[in-house]
Design a protein around this ligand. Sequence first.
Ligand code: MG
Length: 374
Amino acid sequence: MSRTLASTITRIRAFRIDLPLREGRYAWSGGNAVEVFDATVVAIDTAGGLTGWGEICPLGPAYLPAYAAGARTGIAELAPQLLGLDACALGLVNARMDSAMRGHPYVKSALDMACWDVLGQTAGLPVATLMGGHVGESIALYRAISQDTPAKMAASVRKYRREGYRKFQLKVGGDPDVDIARIHAAADVLSPGDVLVADANTGWTQHAALRVAAAVADVNVYLEQPCLTYEQCRVVRAHTNRPFVLDEVIDGLDMVARAAGDGAADVINLKISKVGGLTKARQIRDLCVSLGLAMTIEDTWGGDIVTAAIAHLAHSTPASHLFSSTDFNSYGTVTFADGAPARVNGRMAASRAPGLGVTPRMKVLGRPVIDVRA
Ligand code: MG
């Protein structure tokens, strides 16, 4: 059987899995919170008997234009279009997805991810190798600190610092006076070398953001995505001396190019599903490296497979441009795949096994909710 035939897509399944949180709840700006994440795992089977795995998990329906049931509806719509394609031909797979469905990048992410897993297994190489090679032994992770009172958030920073994290992303974007107190309280428990980011997740109005920025001008903190629009963020950027991160508005290559041209950010937050999968995320990653723009490399949320995909993309990124990454699988209580990265002292490593290096536990995944075959 030829290589192309062996990697021909013959069947696509999707599984729904609930991911409850260890802390019970994850809260961010605008009064938003999630208690149980709703993830969708995708399996792509090939004619040669390989199975590639992908995952998509939106941060609830209120964060980005994405929601869990929408991911499954979109995957059911797209999957028949991919049967018969070569899973290793990632450019062709993405072109087919983009011609069959306009937009909806999050729908395409798990399908693209699963094709990368097939490509790696076919080549006998880890995805990180295909993306440039493992840089060093491991990568540094940030810990998201769920929104709470200033004292409780500072206590949470202390707790996760004891577990080895050195980078902390405070969920602010609420009342500006409380947020100022949150930032000061967290900064007070940090040590030299630690990194603090105040992430408003679009939650501040422009005037509130300017008040916070002025009040923390002498704090060693990054400001992330203060306001809803790019234009508002640029105004805040122009008036603060703090390093600046853009996240939610960076939804594709064109926005990266625009932000870089405008000098609108020092760091961007690259989320795999926000831009449509690993193929497009890698393109953006490589552009950012060439432009000298640092990145937090992660996803909207996820479990073991998303964490593995993040690890491969982040671990193959030059250390000079990798600001931080995330181990989402440590936030939840459910393990559904073996071989996924496991955090050690606030760091993780991408698998050295072929593909993504994950083996799902079929008993945990249960029966597929989507199943299409040639
Ligand atoms: Mg963010």
